[in-house]
Design a protein around this ligand. Sequence first.
Ligand SMILES: Nc1ncnc2c1ncn2[C@@H]1O[C@H](COP(=O)(O)OP(=O)(O)OP(=O)(O)O)[C@@H](O)[C@H]1O
Length: 266
Amino acid sequence: MSTTPADGPVLEVSGLSKSFGGNHAVREVSFALGASELLALIGPNGAGKTTCFNMLNGQLRPDRGRVVFCGRDITGMRPREAWRLGLGRTFQITATFPSMTVIENVQIALISHERKSYELFSAARRQGRAEAEALLDRVGMAGAADRHCAELAYGDLKRLELAVALANRPRLLLMDEPTAGMAPAARVELMALAARIVAEEGVSILFTEHDMDVVFRHAHRILVLNRGEIIAEGSAEAIRADARVREVYLGGGTQEPGAEEARPHA
Ligand SMILES: Nc1ncnc2c1ncn2[C@@H]1O[C@H](COP(=O)(O)OP(=O)(O)OP(=O)(O)O)[C@@H](O)[C@H]1O
């Protein structure tokens, strides 16, 4: 795990802005994320969540603004370099090697973290086994170590993906709609696991999510984006009660976000 200056925020974002032609996808977004914090970034379709994530991990260069990670300015740094510093990301579509076993996927990630060559994989296979097993145990997948990824249920693939991301000893993990495509019970389970990892391993997580039950149940704090701007920030209670948030989600209705009708996505 990379080091953070004592007591400093893990992530500090200031004035982040991005336009596509005349479309202001993200405008003057500023926020900070502390150590061991589980922060949700929510907002309706097209609010700018993905654009924001893409600027945080270097996939997109901001027009303006700064991204400081563990005290270091990483604005415009390439994703691979940010990843090396401990800023990991998981995507909506799982990215594992289907022809390999569960444990081989984690071993590959460990080898990559240690900057060993893939050609050394067969030699490293034995060496990294114990560490990979420990990571699989962490995500409740120890019993599936030697199964092929192609055989796994979707929820198990998401757990494996988390183990792969943790192999890089991230300080911060960006999770892009981690529970998309999962059944409601599996969603809650996956985010409960993420919350445990945050609490027990000091990893911070910033996630986007359309399922308000998941957000309200697990996020320590919530940021609400609308049309590229942060319109509210606070606890689940504060966000539920926020008039602007209700207006955005419900067009001025009185129902709070989190009710079935409030979900911007089906
Ligand atoms: N590469 C791009 N080129 C042009 N416009 C883009 C591009 N990426 C995003 N946009 C636009 O920027 C705005 C923000 O999009 P973004 O994907 O960041 O929103 P989002 O909150 O992630 O939405 P969703 O919840 O649907 O994934 C939208 O109006 C979108 O059409």
